[in-house]
Design a protein around this ligand. Structure first.
Ligand code: KIV
Ligand code: ZN
Length: 512
């Protein structure tokens, strides 16, 4: 099996994504993680673009040891000089030169004829080669260049000592069969077979990964890609997708990479949080939903054998585990599994009742959380006679007032009233209830959801309280969220009082 070199350009092309500007320190942080991930080459920046870019390339060169650190430069003396300077301290420096070769770029952007392009490219590669052994050359817009001219340029720069030639699909115009054929054509006709042919695909038509894989089939052995597929316009080929394709479908590609796949998820999240570019939920490999199952049939399958609906083990890419999302499509098996995980033991009959209520709830809410489940399970498994009933409450709150609450509760036939101040209206309300009941709960979770739409939306408040080591959860529904808050809190306290002598329950690993 042959190895594919992973050239990561998150810090160069990726940083060209609109709005994704990173500080030098943030770039170093990402570079260190890319080293842990096991990439072969880090393209650290375009030093001639700005002093900040030059500084980042320099810092990265000093901070990572294993990967080659690469700086991009146009075929201009000034660019080459600045790039070489930034790479001075790097353990394994690489210079990446580029010059456009397609007719449209020659004519409109550069105003240069073919012969001049060849002359400049060869001259600059020769010049750079005097200072550095590791030179990569990219004929920009290669996929739209006449193939015979492209071959001429490639032969010429290889003859001058370029050790890698990168074929960019700069504008994401290529289609897999055509791009694969172009790579095959270049490799078959190249005189020097030691050169590494690389590809760099953009995603304008959503084909960056497919084009990269097609090129690998035809002999390319380096892929330029970015974490989460970020990059200029629609982005670049996504590293995690290329790598996992080669990994999962080794049977068809017969290729491998040095990437530590378990670091993929962590790297993806780091890049997303530092660049501020979110990962779309349905993104392959690293999207929030990539290992979540909602359909009942799927959940049942996954519970019986994970591989029925998963082609990758989530842990293989660093996800903690696959997740069964509880929603309206879920079935009994997934519900029972989650209840068990939470440490809630229910009989078959109780499960049936909980399931029916769960379905009604799931029609109103997009996703059922653990706290929702606990509340329903509590209500179905513990029959309680409420000790306290809410008679009345009054809240005083505003921008220049310390929030206070007056609450009246009824216990048997007696009515009790008290008041308290708090950090906010809900806090004041809960403090007043505490004073009246003499119970001192710790509020572990408090969640508000609008359960119906429109101006008169019903608000649902779900709370989970810890009282003397016992967890109780309850909810309250009202058009007034303060009333819903009071109801939920009081119901939880009533549950505690009812269950006090029955058992102590701990909910395990609750998810929000
Ligand atoms: O897309 C492109 O052509 C590039 C080159 C500089 C390699 O990013
Ligand atoms: Zn690019």
């Amino acid at each position: 099996m042959e190895r594919v070199i992973i050239f990561d350009t998150t810090l160069r092309d990726g940083e060209q994504s609109p709005g994704a500007s990173l500080t030098s320190q943030q770039k170093v942080q990402i570079a260190r993680q890319l080293e842990i991930l096991g990439v072969d080459v880090i393209e650290a920046g375009f030093p001639a673009a700005s002093p900040g870019d030059a500084d980042a390339v320099k810092l990265i060169g000093q901070s990572v040891k294993t990967p080659a650190v690469c700086a991009l430069a146009r075929c201009h003396d000034q660019d080459i000089e600045v790039a070489l300077k930034s790479l001075e301290k790097a353990a394994r420096p690489r210079l990446h030169l580029f010059l456009a070769t397609s007719e449209i770029h020659r004519k409109y952007k550069l105003g240069k004829a073919k012969a001049e392009i060849v002359r400049i490219a060869t001259e600059k590669v020769r010049q750079a080669r005097r200072y550095l052994k590791d030179i990569e050359f990219s004929p920009e817009d290669a996929s739209r260049t006449e193939p015979d001219f492209l071959l001429e340029v490639v032969q010429a720069v290889v003859a001058e000592g370029a050790s890698t030639v990168n074929i960019p699909d700069t504008v994401g115009y290529a289609v897999p069969e055509e791009f694969g054929s172009l790579i095959g054509y270049l490799i078959t006709n190249l005189k020097d077979r030691r050169v590494v042919i690389s590809v760099h695909c953009h995603n304008d038509l959503g084909l960056a990964v497919a084009n990269s894989l097609a090129a690998l089939r035809k002999g390319a052995r380096q892929v330029e890609c970015t974490i989460n597929g970020i990059g200029e316009r629609a982005g670049n080929a996504s590293l995690e997708e290329v790598v996992m394709n080669l990994h999962v479908r080794q049977d068809t590609y017969g290729l491998f990479t040095k990437i530590k796949t378990r670091e993929i998820y962590r790297t993806s999240r780091l890049v997303s949080s530092l660049t501020g570019i979110p990962v779309q939920p349905n993104k392959a490999v690293v999207g929030e939903n990539a290992f979540r199952h909602e359909a009942g049939i799927h959940q049942d399958g996954v519970l019986k054998k994970r591989e029925t609906y998963e082609i990758m083990n989530p842990q293989m890419v660093g996800w903690p585990r696959s997740e069964l999302v509880l929603g309206k499509h879920s079935g009994r098996h997934a519900l029972a599994a989650r209840l068990k995980e939470l440490g809630l033991e229910v009989s078959g009959e109780q499960l049936e009742r909980i399931f029916n209520r769960f379905k009604v709830l799931a029609d109103r809410k997009k996703e059922i959380t653990d706290i929702d489940l606990i509340v329903v399970a509590e209500e179905e498994t513990v029959a309680i006679e409420p000790v306290y009933q809410l008679e009345y409450f009054h809240i005083l709150s505003g921008s220049s007032t310390i929030p206070s609450a007056t609450v009246r509760l009824k216990k048997a036939d007696t009515v009790y009233e008290d008041a308290a101040r708090g950090d906010g209206p809900v806090d004041a309300l809960y403090k007043a209830i505490d004073r009246l009941t003499g119970v001192r709960p710790k509020l572990k979770e408090y969640k508000i959801t609008a359960v119906t739409g429109g101006q008169d939306a019903q608000g649902e408040v779900a709370v989970c309280l810890e009282i003397e080591g016992m967890n109780v959860a309850a909810r309250g529904v009202s058009t007034d969220i303060l009333e819903a808050s009071a109801k939920a809190y009081l119901t939880a306290i009533n549950q505690y009082l009812a269950k006090k002598n029955i058992s102590k329950k701990i909910y395990r690993g609750m998810r929000p």
